[in-house]
Design a protein around this ligand. Structure first.
Ligand SMILES: Nc1nc2c(ncn2[C@@H]2O[C@H](COP(=O)(O)OP(=O)(O)OP(=O)(O)O)[C@@H](O)[C@H]2O)c(=O)[nH]1
Ligand SMILES: [Mg+2]
Length: 496
């Protein structure tokens, strides 16, 4: 497939019309394949002048394009055409002479014409047409015209991918001009009043100008050009206007001269998201949703929403890539000031952000209602266990206080030895030591035996001097001021 694809693209780039036609067919029929092909072609596109030609049915768009092709070929320019859903075939009308002229156009090596039917899902045609235009662009056409019928959303979509929008109006339009979709009126960069040979054209030119007086808020007032596509009159002037518009775009920092990339961006997003789905969801998990759709228990939209929700959720809580410390030290936050546990949690946040795993063992505090108990749920790689009875330890401590502290110490040993964590925070361990709930020598041994690449943080006031000696970093929080002293109560979210 890969080779075939490459070969086809190569042939098309070399100007082989059959290869170009095949490329466009593939892109029309197969959105997945289209993405691959468009990516291969992307580097070659971006040089054509993409011109949208729109207007009511029968206004003479196809005839006008044919006339422009003739003029452009005389100037040595190559041209591609994508005609979307023409109600009359791209024949330039019923006149026999036209048909012959068209035929001679399709034989011309410098011209490529392709019709495309509207069908299927909304947006599908717009995408296919825009891809086809891009293919013609990549294969080196100087001008690419995209003809659309001037009604409906897909027109507006297509108009967004071109650089210059030409709105073709017949002279017989009269009041209908008011009924034209405002969006199209405003999107038009050049107005063409066609069939000037039939008379009545000046009146339409006048009406358009009146409307333009009202709606023109742009920097550039779109010119109104009177032509007869059939007789080839006014065509040279129209081409001048096209070129003038291109120069205008270039002077506007090339905004629309840059190849419109919305489709590329969207399809890249689609692709990235698809990849994410299968990175995050197990095949089976996906399959189970698929099955619900098959049996009709879930409609497509709900299925999509379900998948979206799961992926986003997993993505949201998924941690950065796992990292390990090269060397772990021992830190102590002690003193009578507030902020010891807060400092330890600050360190935890930093560590988690770098893909380290953090374990917090809280001595004494278990059973109290601290905010960190709730936030740890949202933090990947933060494991928190609180031991204690939810009551201040009295003197002498109860049997249960000893049991809880013992459990916490055992857990702490596991955490520093297991290799599962990179940072282990022993919150209030100093307090447990001072209350003699656990033995100092056990804590010192734990620090001595901890795995090399594990950082251990001990908090709590009055750290024993043996702990301070064993530590690499010791910070003492000293109370300078505290709101409790002036009767401020503990606040939820700040003190607890
Ligand atoms: N008299 C006159 N007839 C024209 C002119 N341009 C086009 N026509 C005729 O108008 C009819 C419609 O022309 P098309 O070029 O097929 O019009 P269109 O806008 O492409 O039509 P759809 O693609 O069906 O929307 C044909 O019979 C043309 O010959 C013109 O300048 N003068
Ligand atoms: Mg047409």
């Amino acid at each position: 497939m890969e080779v075939e694809r490459g070969k086809l693209v190569e042939e098309a780039l070399r100007g082989n019309k059959r290869a170009v036609a095949r490329l466009i067919s593939i892109v029309e029929d197969n959105p997945a394949e289209a993405r691959h092909l468009m990516r291969l072609l992307a580097p070659y596109a971006g040089r054509s002048h993409l011109v949208g030609v729109t207007g009511p049915p029968g206004s003479g768009k196809s005839t006008l394009i044919a006339a422009m092709i003739k003029e452009l070929r005389q100037r040595g320019k190559t041209v591609g055409v994508v005609a979307v859903d023409p109600s009359s075939p791209f024949s330039g009308g019923a006149l026999l002479g036209d048909r012959v002229r068209m035929q001679s156009l399709t034989l011309d090596e410098g011209v490529f014409i392709r019709s495309m039917a509207t069908r299927g899902e909304r947006g599908g045609v717009a995408r296919a047409a825009s891809n086809a235009a891009r293919i013609l662009d990549a294969t080196g056409k100087d001008y690419v015209f995209v003809e659309t019928a001037g009604a409906g959303q897909s027109d507006v979509d297509i108009m967004e991918i071109v650089q210059t929008v030409v709105l073709v109006l017949p002279p017989s339009l009269g009041d209908e001009i008011q009924a034209l979709k405002a969006g199209i009126m405003e999107a038009a960069d050049i107005f063409v009043v066609n069939k000037a040979d039939l008379g009545g054209a000046d009146k339409v030119v006048h009406e358009i100008n009146e409307i333009l007086d009202l709606i023109v808020s742009k920097k550039r007032r779109p010119p109104v050009v009177k032509v007869s596509a059939l007789k080839g009159e006014g065509i040279a002037e129209l081409i001048e206007k096209l070129e003038e518009h291109r120069r205008f775009l270039a002077s506007e920092k090339g905004i629309r001269l840059v190849r419109p990339v919305r489709d590329d961006v969207l399809s890249a997003v689609r692709e990235a998201f698809e990849e994410k789905i299968f990175n995050i969801m197990k095949r089976e998990e996906f399959r189970s949703i698929e099955r619900l759709v098959e049996t009709g228990e879930l409609d497509l939209k709900s299925a999509a929403e379900e998948i979206l929700a799961r992926v986003l959720k997993a993505e949201y809580v998924s941690p950065p890539p796992r990292r390990r410390l090269e060397r772990g030290l021992v830190q102590v936050y002690t003193g009578n000031g507030k902020g010891k546990t807060s400092a330890a949690f600050g360190l935890a946040l930093r560590a988690i952000g770098r893909g380290l795993r953090v374990c917090v063992i809280q001595f004494i505090k278990g059973g109290f209602d601290y905010g960190e108990l709730y936030s740890s749920v949202y933090l990947p790689n933060l494991h928190l266990e609180a031991y204690g009875r939810g009551r201040f330890v009295s003197n002498p401590p109860s049997e249960e206080d000893y049991v809880e502290a013992e459990k916490a110490l055992r857990k702490a040993r596991d955490a520093v030895m297991s290799g599962d964590y990179d940072v282990v925070i022993l919150d209030e361990v100093n307090t447990a030591l001072n209350l003699k709930l656990i033995r100092l020598e056990d804590v010192i041994r734990l620090l001595a035996e901890k795995a090399e690449n594990v950082e251990v943080v001990l908090t709590g006031r009055d750290a024993p001097k043996e702990v301070i000696e064993a530590a690499d970093l010791v910070t003492e929080m000293r109370e300078v001021k505290h709101p409790y002293r002036r009767g401020v109560q503990a606040r939820i979210g700040i003190e607890y």
